[in-house]
Design a protein around this ligand. Structure first.
Ligand code: 15L
Length: 264
């Protein structure tokens, strides 16, 4: 049975995945950052620590086949924090994967790596990167790092460009960007199990009628999303769009309008 490590296990998506994977009997090691995790089941393999420290990474990756890397800063923050958590931390993780012979890393990338594309465009997986801030830029960099470690060191990566992964869509943008929890879990399970993926990028999005993103370039993953934000459209369209005009213009929404310089 494969040994799976999950970093960022105390985070918003990490906690959803931890509970679901344990429930499915996955041989899981869950890692948090600063505070220890309370075991959810007897004898659960848990740990915590700062992933910039190679000794912590060694504890995370010892005996591991696949790492689900959900740790790091997940919103726009000042550049030094992004550099420490999303650049330095990620290099330590990939270097650790080399030391421990980890076969594959599932990297939580983000739609914010392409957030400055206008909402009218439907994007294929090979679209240009158009980050909407330093956070999005760090995800673009992370995908580049994942590519480097596949090409040069043979460590496979699945980079999931996660949209809006929440229990249910609550605003207009989510009709395009929503990723339901069941579909997230399907993506993670396929990313663990499908053999010989090499380097693969996939949009982390449900089967939304109004999706901005086209996953046909990730066919070998076999992802068949079953949730659709349109089921919530009536409720959402009955309310005003809470976002300003700039946020409504770009796929990254409020990340795009944050610190935006209006052009003449
Ligand atoms: C993300 O990458 C963020 O981590 C999350 O907080 C949401 O803002 C999401 O994207 C989104 O675009 O809705």
């Amino acid at each position: 049975m494969k040994k799976i490590a999950l970093s960022g296990a105390a985070g918003q998506l990490g906690s959803v995945l931890r509970q679901a994977l344990l429930g499915r009997g996955v041989n899981l090691r869950s890692a948090a950052g600063t505070r220890p995790l309370e075991p959810l089941v007897d004898g659960e393999d848990v740990m915590h620590g700062d992933l910039r420290d190679p000794a912590v990474v060694d504890r995370l990756l010892e005996g591991v086949d696949v790492l689900i890397h959900m740790a790091g800063t997940s919103v726009e923050r000042p550049l030094p924090e992004i550099i420490e958590n999303n650049l330095r931390g990620l290099v330590e993780v990939y270097e650790g994967a080399r030391r421990h012979g980890v076969r594959r890393i599932i990297f939580a990338s983000s739609n914010h790596a392409i957030g400055m594309h206008p909402v009218e465009d439907t994007l294929a997986l090979d679209c240009d990167f158009r980050p909407d801030g330093f956070y999005g830029l760090s995800k673009m960099w992370g995908e580049g790092l994942a590519r480097l470690y596949w090409d040069k060191h043979g460590i496979e990566s699945v980079c999931i460009r996660i949209g809006s992964c929440i229990e249910k869509p609550t605003e207009f943008r989510h009709l395009s960007t929503w990723l339901g929890f069941d579909d997230l879990l399907q993506l993670i399970e396929l990313s663990i199990e499908v053999p010989d993926l090499g380097f693969q990028v996939v949009w982390g999005v449900s089967n939304n009628t109004r999706s901005y993103w086209d996953n046909s370039g990730a066919a070998r993953l076999g992802y068949k999303p079953r949730q659709n934000a349109e089921d919530y459209a009536a409720e959402i369209l009955a309310k005003p769009n809470p976002r300003d005009a700039t946020a409504q213009r770009y796929q990254g929404g409020s990340f795009a309008s944050f610190d935006f310089t209006p052009q003449e």
